[in-house]
Write a protein that binds this ligand. Structure first.
Ligand SMILES: Nc1ncnc2c1ncn2[C@@H]1O[C@H](COP(=O)(O)OP(=O)(O)O)[C@@H](O)[C@H]1O
Ligand SMILES: O=P(O)(O)OC[C@H](O)CO
Length: 497
């Protein structure tokens, strides 16, 4: 194998940071992963320490390279993929963040968003960004930091501070402060970027009170961004790809044809439907978002975003202590005959698509004295499938065809019971690739494409040939009963007291 046939992907997720070395066939050779601390300073607030993230990126890249038995000099490129929307503001001189990162799940700007909606700004925001006025997105979080930290607004206006999503912060640090950039998929989640004109929007920046001097340069997703500092990994490596993790998964699943759909089950669940060069507008709570831009050509997607999927399983482990490993939920759900009428709506940080209710909170219905931990585990898994169905139905209502299959990935897709239940609820085949790390593969692919490891998008399609397929098998009456139970639980969650 030639020395330039390895590509490393950094996958900086919500709960963990992974680095994976891929070979020229797109097979993962070595993986290093670290979980990091979540900070919940107030109800609905979620923060990360950017120092933790930086520390884990450096450590996992080093570990993955060593595990693969190569050196940094053998890497043709590095790709970065990241939890999206999460905001870092840092000092351009020192590279030091001025506040902890405000995470995508954080609801602290719900009031600001409500005020902007009441003032009639939503239509313009939706038209230009494809998004909604929800605290999920970056823009209002940036303004919050500038208001909360003494003197920050003035410093940002003077160009002394930089804003970036996690990719941009990592790129800045990896290049020793040389490059302040991001890609279209990350820019497209800020509420500040016009996804049609493909530029930062002056009106939106003024409306959200974000000085344009702090914004990164926006590039293609497959692009030579710069070189890592030689001292970080022992040799400089070309940084050649960036994409938000959900878009990277779309690429890693080879969803290049319009009409193809993937769903990623990590902390949250994100369903993306490739709509080609058309930015489809949703009337049913879906987002319109850049899927990737390669060679200057933009591809768009419709997206349904659910804030808590694996997070509900993590809560069973860390909050309730009824499991010690997430994978136990597979056996627990299999062992019981049915859900015993127990439903969970995991609105821990409000509800995302298609409801967009930042004030909703989680609900469990149907508890009896013989409810067991297994029923809660099963309810957490079932909720993920029902929510996926709600998103697919909204996409169909927006004019999409019924997909012929759905391609799944993410940590939670390891759960075979969930994959079968998903096929039963959606009534379409569920395809799970042999390697679930499609997010990292997508980032590696975008990077490899820019430096010539892969010639075109066909190469990635051949990397995902091995897969397991789950076919729908549930009787209609059983499915109908389950769906009506879910709808009752959902109604109980969204009703305001
Ligand atoms: N076998 C499993 N069954 C159910 N949930 C799982 C399983 N394995 C992992 N998870 C859940 O998936 C999430 C981890 O997935 P991952 O893709 O690593 O997330 P992220 O990228 O958001 O950090 C965790 O929330 C965990 O609870
Ligand atoms: O970290 P993940 O995989 O849950 O993904 C987070 C999303 O990018 C948030 O929009």
């Amino acid at each position: 194998m030639s020395a330039d046939s390895y590509v490393l992907a950094i996958d900086q997720g919500t709960t963990s940071t992974r680095s994976i070395v891929f070979d020229a066939q797109g097979h993962p050779l070595a993986t290093a992963q670290r979980e990091f601390a979540q900070h919940y300073p107030e109800d609905g607030w979620v923060e990360h320490d950017p120092h933790d993230i930086w520390r884990d990126v450096i450590a996992t890249v080093g570990e993955a390279i060593a595990l693969a038995g190569i050196t940094a000099a053998d890497l043709a490129a590095i790709g970065i993929t990241n939890q999206r929307e999460t905001v870092v503001v840092w000092d351009r001189t020192t590279g030091e963040p001025i506040h902890r990162a405000i995470v995508w799940q954080d609801r602290r700007t719900a009031r600001t968003c409500a005020q902007l909606r009441e003032a009639g700004h939503e239509a313009m925001v939706r038209e230009r960004t494809g998004l909604l006025l929800d605290p999920y997105f970056s823009g209002t979080k940036v303004a919050w930091i500038l208001d909360a930290v003494d003197g920050a607004r003035q410093r940002a206006e003077r160009g002394e501070l930089a804003f970036g999503t996690i990719d941009s912060f990592l790129l800045w640090r990896l290049t020793g402060g040389e490059v302040h950039a991001t890609d279209v998929t990350n820019a497209g989640r800020t509420l500040l970027y016009d996804i049609h004109a493909q530029r930062w929007d002056e009106d939106l920046c003024a409306l959200l009170r974000v000085p344009m001097a702090m914004l990164p340069q926006v590039e293609d997703s497959s692009h030579i961004f710069g070189q890592t500092l030689p001292e970080l990994f022992g040799a400089p490596v070309t940084l050649a790809g960036i994409a938000g993790d959900q878009q990277a998964a779309l690429v890693g699943q080879a969803c290049f044809a319009p009409g193809t759909v993937k769903s990623t089950y990590g902390t949250g669940c994100f369903v993306l439907l490739n709509t080609g060069e058309t930015a489809v507008k949703s009337a049913h709570g879906m987002l319109t978002t850049p899927a990737y831009r390669i060679g200057g050509r933009m591809t768009y997607a419709l997206e349904g975003s659910i804030f808590a999927a694996g997070a509900a399983v993590k809560w069973l482990r860390d909050g309730l202590g009824i499991i010690t490993h997430a994978r136990q939920t597979d056996d627990m759900a299999t062992r019981i005959a049915d859900n015993h009428g127990v439903y969970m709506v995991p609105a821990f940080v409000g509800l995302g698509a298609p409801h967009w209710d930042p004030d909703a909170r989680g609900t469990i219905v149907g508890l009896t004295f013989d409810t067991e931990p297994a029923h809660l585990a099963r309810a957490a898994l079932e909720a993920v499938a029902y929510q996926t169905l709600d998103l697919i139905e909204a996409m169909i209502a927006d004019g999409g065809a019924v997909p012929s299959a759905i391609r799944v990935d993410g940590g939670m897709a390891a759960n075979a019971w969930l994959c079968q239940f998903l096929a039963d609820v959606l009534r379409i085949p569920v395809e799970r690739p042999a390697h679930l790390e499609t997010t990292a593969l997508g980032a590696a692919f975008l990077a490899g494409l820019a430096v010539g490891v892969w010639p075109d998008t066909d190469a990635i399609a051949s990397a995902r040939k091995e897969k397991t397929c789950y076919h729908p098998a549930m009787a209609d009456d059983v499915r109908d009963r389950l769906l009506s139970g879910w709808r009752r639980a959902l109604a109980a969650t969204t009703v305001r007291m």
